[in-house]
Design a protein around this ligand. Structure first.
Ligand code: ATR
Length: 267
């Protein structure tokens, strides 16, 4: 029996257990996916203890993604992003840390036939999600405009990301009007039915990914659909960060359809 799990606090409403267990069922793997809520002070003990117990892999979520970076050996992209959301214990050395949020966003877009290489991308938000997505898009060959409410944070992040420029939200109309891809990496749209992007800047040549998945049909995505844009909801990103983690842990192609069904029936 292989044991996987999620470290976070809180993790009670996480959709990762049903998503991963749907994959184990589909492939008839003898595996289970559990959730753990350690204190921050116990995080290192929890990760090393998991390794000692033979746990096969862990996901890491809020508030531990940055702390986990210091405890594991991060691969290059996770180190640059500064956050780990997936730990693999299968090697002989220290556990390896990955960031599958970045690749998750790329795979969500590619699944919808969105080309990334050479694309002009706008990432709205410069927090944890914005960092991961901006590095992912840049690594895949996009030119990245980072627009953030606190403009200074956009400039700081842009200084780290290849081919990136930072902006405040005042310039967002112009940026989106000239873009191929827009990603919302802020929490705007979660609590209230508002969009971080003015509707009249959206256009039919655009692909729009919203990292928000509760609700699924955000104001941004409804406005984007009305403008004729390609829309990619946040469940696709959630799905593909999990798909990528599954594939790192098992070296097998993930059963994407079964994982997607397990997610969508719960959203
Ligand atoms: P996460 O890890 O989910 O990215 P975070 O690190 O707290 O969360 O980042 C939240 C992001 O949403 C930030 O870019 C934040 O902008 P600021 O840097 O200016 O705080 C953005 N954000 C949150 N509420 C916002 C709002 N009402 N309007 C615009 N941006 C908002």
């Amino acid at each position: 029996m292989d044991v996987y799990g999620l470290l976070g606090n809180p993790v009670g409403h996480s959709l990762s257990p049903p998503m991963h267990e749907a994959a184990y069922d589909e492939l008839e793997l003898e595996a289970r996916y559990a959730t753990f809520e350690p204190d921050r002070e116990s995080l290192s003990d929890a990760i090393h203890g998991a390794d000692a117990l033979g746990i096969a892999g862990l996901n890491v979520t809020i508030p531990f993604k940055r702390d986990a970076l210091e405890i594991v050996a991060p691969e290059d992209l996770a180190a640059r992003i500064g956050a780990v959301n997936t730990i693999d214990f299968s090697g002989s050395g220290p556990p390896t840390g990955y960031n599958t949020d970045a690749v998750g966003a790329l795979r969500a877009l590619r699944d919808h036939d969105v080309a990334i290489e050479g694309a002009r991308a706008v990432v709205v938000g410069a927090g944890g999600a914005g960092r991961a997505i901006a590095f992912g898009l840049a690594d895949a060959g996009a030119t990245v405009a980072i627009a953030n409410r606190t403009e200074q944070k956009a400039h700081e992040l842009a200084a780290e990301v290849p081919r990136a420029t930072g902006y405040g939200l005042a310039e967002i109309d112009q940026l989106v009007a000239n873009a191929d891809v827009v990603v919302n990496a802020t929490s705007v749209g979660m609590e209230n039915d508002v969009s971080p992007v003015p509707a009249d800047s959206l256009h039919a040549e655009l692909a729009v990914l919203d990292a928000v998945y509760r609700p699924l049909k955000t104001r941004l995505l409804r406005d984007a659909a009305a403008a004729g844009a390609t829309t990619v909801d946040g469940a696709w990103m959630l799905l593909y960060q999990g798909v990528e983690a599954f594939e790192i842990w098992t070296d097998r192609d993930a059963p994407v359809g079964a994982m997607n069904d397990a997610l969508r029936t719960r959203l």
